[in-house]
Design a protein around this ligand. Structure first.
Ligand SMILES: Cc1cc2nc3c(=O)[nH]c(=O)nc-3n(C[C@H](O)[C@H](O)[C@H](O)COP(=O)(O)O)c2cc1C
Length: 214
């Protein structure tokens, strides 16, 4: 698989098989991801991997939070505003998923609330003193991770919903106070039987996003 094939093939998977992920595959993905570029080679990423009983406890903690209707408190503050274009595309997402997946779209919220049934949850954190410059590096790391996972036959989704209850993550993963939890990535084998995984998202045409000057 070459780089362009991997970029084109990667897509968010929202229902995972319970099949465990082999440790050597996970290590290969983490090793490749560590080659991500960063400002002045600062490598701001701090990675916490949850599997097995630890992940079970995290999922149970989340289940309880949803049952209690606990307010979500992600450490990446919710945006106060979106551009007009972004708003349109946000509104387009659900109808697009419904068109591709039919009734499976109804599972969207529940799959988000149950971490998509993933056997592995990876949390990317960075020191609270760092700025948007480092967040750029975290985004790049995330893409490296997802492409390397694909090459290992694994599927992924980056999900802010996995970060909604940091107290549980901090308790179970022993995340120190100086770190901010930026994003969670679910990684595992896709549940090929779930219609939600049929969705392939659209992209803006290049002539809308790229300006050439010669
Ligand atoms: C930072 C970030 C956070 C995301 N959070 C969620 C989430 O909480 N739940 C979800 O279902 N998808 C989430 N997504 C997936 C996006 O909806 C998805 O990347 C986008 O629709 C494009 O689809 P694709 O990943 O299949 O190409 C997130 C993506 C990113 C980059």
């Amino acid at each position: 698989m070459n780089a362009i094939e991997a970029i084109n093939e990667r897509r968010s998977i929202r229902a995972f098989s319970p099949k465990p992920v082999e440790k050597d595959k996970l290590n290969a993905v983490l090793a490749a991801s560590s080659r991500t570029p960063s400002w002045a080679n600062t490598q701001p990423w701090e990675i916490f991997v949850a599997t097995g009983d630890t992940l079970k406890r995290i999922k149970e903690g989340y289940r309880q939070k949803y049952a209690d209707k606990a307010p979500a408190v992600p450490e990446m503050p919710r945006p106060v505003e979106w551009s007009e274009g972004a708003k349109e595309r946000i509104q387009q997402l659900r109808p697009d998923i419904a068109r591709a997946c039919g009734d499976a779209v109804e599972q969207f919220a529940e799959l988000n609330q149950t971490m998509f049934g993933t056997p592995v949850a990876v949390y990317i954190c960075m020191d609270r003193v760092l700025s948007e410059w480092s967040l750029y590096d975290i985004g790049a790391y995330s893409q490296s991770f997802m492409l390397a996972a694909l090459e290992q036959g694994l599927s992924t989704i980056p999900a802010i919903t996995m970060t909604l209850y940091p107290d549980i993550l901090r308790r179970e993963l022993k995340i120190p106070d100086n770190l901010k939890i930026t994003i969670g990535i679910a990684v595992g084998y896709a549940d090929e039987t779930n219609g939600i995984n049929k969705f392939i998202s659209s992209r803006r045409p290049l002539n809308e996003t790229v300006s050439f000057f010669e």
